[in-house]
Design a protein around this ligand. Structure first.
Ligand SMILES: [Zn+2]
Length: 277
């Protein structure tokens, strides 16, 4: 795992000192969710090394979203909050021993959308930890949760500008420079950039792009950047806040589409993103 936050969780788990309740905070939901799932898969893997093995029965069940020791709770798509009915599965899940390894995991997101009744019900579980269940709660800000919940959780910050929790990548810096060539200096074309990016990062390109946009948006409002501020400041001059938000919205749509489409064409997705906004 590249990420320092995840490395911290791993080392606590390996030392058998992993606290039972965690709150992942940070503005970008997909970053927290990806991290929580990566860590869950690793923790449940019965053959783990630095990463989950990907081939054991536990890893297969996790990939198929049918792992009996993993319980993901989110809000129903037609509801605004996580309701008491959504967390009713918990007592049955928590009782009893894990079926595979030594841990069970409850992943709950967005925790800041929990209805009060649901939050109170979760609170009971957090107050009386059951030795083998780990809770991962994800929220944009800890301030949006009941204080009593926050006080029982270890907080891990996944804001992309927090050097301590998210390892900044040279890939993000490279992408930022490429965008400067495209949009500021006009020394590269969309076709060139797309060809390069899809070759260089066949799997992570949309993820890096989201980090770059998040950084640009942060800079727009705070004049601070996680990356080389000089390059970001140059890019910032040609991008309005409106354009940045539109791009971020389109990018998130594209990420969803890419993840759920059986035969996605990455080059088309990228061209669409870079050309149309
Ligand atoms: Zn495995």
């Amino acid at each position: 795992m590249k990420n320092l936050a995840l490395a911290k969780l791993q080392s606590l788990a390996l030392a058998n000192t992993l606290p039972h309740a965690w709150l992942f905070t940070g503005a970008i939901d997909s970053i927290k969710l990806d991290a929580a799932k990566e860590f869950s898969k690793w923790l449940l893997c019965t053959n783990k090394g630095q990463a989950a093995c990907g081939v054991c029965k536990s890893c297969h069940l996790f990939a198929a979203q049918t792992h009996p020791d993993f319980c993901e709770i989110s809000k129903q798509s037609d509801k605004l909050s996580i309701l008491i009915d959504d967390v009713r599965v918990l007592p049955d899940f928590i009782v009893g021993k894990p079926q595979f390894g030594s841990k069970k995991i409850v992943l709950l997101h967005p925790a800041d959308a929990m209805h009060k009744q649901a939050a109170n019900s979760i609170l009971k579980n957090l107050e009386e930890p059951c030795g083998n269940t780990v809770f991962l709660l994800l929220a944009k800000h800890s301030q949006l949760l009941l204080k009593t919940i926050v006080s029982r959780c270890q907080i891990l910050n996944f804001n992309v500008t927090n050097n301590e929790s998210v390892a900044l990548s040279p890939d993000v810096a490279k992408m930022t420079t490429d965008l400067t060539a495209l949009w500021v200096y006009k020394s590269a074309t969309v076709v060139q950039i797309v060809e390069q990016w899809s070759k260089q990062w066949p799997n992570e390109v949309l993820y890096w792009f989201e980090l770059v946009l998040a950084d640009l948006i942060k800079f727009k409002y705070t004049r601070e950047s996680a990356e080389a501020t000089g390059v970001i400041a140059v890019l910032d001059k040609v991008l309005t806040a409106n354009r940045l938000w539109q791009m971020l919205a389109r990018l998130r749509q594209a990420r969803y589409w890419y993840a759920t489409n059986h035969n996605p064409n990455l080059q088309l997705i990228l061209e669409d993103l870079l050309l149309t906004v």
